[in-house]
Design a protein. Structure first.
Length: 177
């Protein structure tokens, strides 16, 4: 019997001072059985950073041809493609052919090695790549509960997250703009 995903429900008071975007988000996030809590929380944070009316979670890990998040344009094309993790350059190259904007958020302890090895291949692609601070993602993951009311405030390259169980800051660096 196949393992089922773990469901997390987030009610997020979002304040994005970079974009003057303010919203209350109700997100249901399925954590794939093979997905770490850190990756799931990084996906949630990437959603907040890019929040817009048409942004959606995809089937993610269970469907290799889809990103983790995407937004479609009014005419059905893919306007925004977001991958979380350390994807192969070939995967992102394919994404740049079908999406108007492509973003990658890497997050784990091997992110530096991945970037060092793949940087030249990404340099020729029209994709924006970011790296979350790994220890801060681990701290964010420790706040995770199955049902959460949280506040996320984004300013510069940092997100301040406040939850009932604590608070933390997650910063990121732009690897390629």
């Amino acid at each position: 019997m196949a393992l089922k995903p773990t469901i997390y429900k987030f009610k997020i008071a979002l304040t994005d001072l970079n974009r003057n975007y303010y919203d209350t988000l109700s997100l249901t996030v399925a954590q794939h059985p093979s997905e770490t809590i850190e990756r799931m929380m990084a996906r949630m944070l990437a959603f907040c950073i890019n929040a817009e009316g048409s942004l959606l979670f995809t089937k993610g890990l269970s469907t290799a041809e889809e990103p983790d998040l995407w937004a479609h344009t009014a005419d059905g094309r893919i306007g925004l493609w977001i991958d979380v993790g350390e994807p192969a350059p070939e995967h992102i190259k394919k994404a740049t052919r079908i999406a108007q904007t492509v973003k990658v958020y890497s997050f784990n302890s091997k992110s530096n090695v991945w970037w060092t090895q793949e940087q030249a291949k990404f340099a020729v692609l029209t994709a924006t790549l970011f790296r979350f601070d790994w220890p801060q993602i681990q701290t964010l993951a420790k706040l995770a509960q199955r049902t959460m009311d949280i506040s996320v405030t984004i300013i510069g390259e940092s997100a301040f997250v406040a939850a009932e169980s604590g608070e933390c800051e997650v910063s990121w660096v732009t690897l390629q703009a």
